[in-house]
Design a protein around this ligand. Sequence first.
Ligand code: PLP
Length: 366
Amino acid sequence: MNIRFVNLIKQYRDNKKELDAAFLSVFKKGNFILGEQVELFEREFASYLGTEFGIGVASGTDALILSLKALGINKGDEVIIPANSYPTAFAVAAAGATIKLVDIDEKTYNINTDKIEQAITGKTRVIIPVHLYGLSCDMGPIVKLAKKYRLTIIEDAAQAHGALYDGKKAGTMGEIGCFSFYPTKNLGAFGDAGMIVTKNKKIAEIARELRVYGEKRRYESVRLGVNSRLDELQAAFLRKKLKKLDRYNKKRINIAGNYCRFLKNVPLLRPEFFDNGRHVYHLFVVKTKKREALAHFLGRNGVATEVRYPVPVHLVKSFEYLGYKKGDFPRAEAAALESLALPCYPELTKKEIERICSLVKTFFSM
Ligand SMILES: Cc1ncc(COP(=O)(O)O)c(C=O)c1O
């Protein structure tokens, strides 16, 4: 039995009727960029989250870059991010800001809220909490700190569609929320796509302009923008899939529950979850010092696994210029060496989960 890390072919097969219809409806209309489907999806996704505005863009990375630009972040401004979120770091760098890293919590893999305050300087403007693997950051203390130091929060919710914290959806607790709809995400397109969400009308307006050359109207550019547009096909697919997001998240939660039950007595660190939130298990990540051997063993037996992310930001070659060194963020470094994501997606069957768990148990009994 070969078990993939994700199975988008099966997902297409399960939703073939709706997806084919969405595809045909866009082709029949002949409008492919920023049209009716994008507008509807922006409204529907914002409403799903319980926020006001959605601005569809080309990717989650662009959502972050344009959010920083919409806030007027410039060279010299400092932006705080967790030391383990590889894609977030590239967005901050691309926006021209200075990256300030903070270590993570060893159990949740999210930013360690106790360590944020010491990273704040007179130049800090933004904190980007990243809700990694589907678990919301502990937003209470982050919101308090942001108020105290007058900082803006941009949530990176690229892995947390539908995750909850104290009844609020991830992406709606800061000034801005950024989402990726990369195909493997909990809400995934069939190509690249992303969205900025906010309750702030002014920010929404600026972000909308920034995604198309800074234009208020066609060829009436009022600020330096880029081309980062969401296309109609992806929006049409995403609208169909949004209807199933809660159901799919429930399946992920079920799978995680099964993993936890079957692996109860195995010496692995399993994902943490909180009573006041909803983890949506974008990834089911376990931690062990025998990570490499476990990954090889599973691979040899037909089970695909992945490591997100294998290198913490401060040890990535392109970020050498930040001047950090090995040992600066020990929890992020340990996570990079010891964590392993097991397959976790709605199409995974109970038989497959049992097979994975039985292999993990065999590994630890050898
Ligand atoms: C936490 C996080 N931030 C940002 C991104 C960037 O999103 P995209 O790949 O759509 O540019 C991703 C996805 O890869 C992500 O997982």
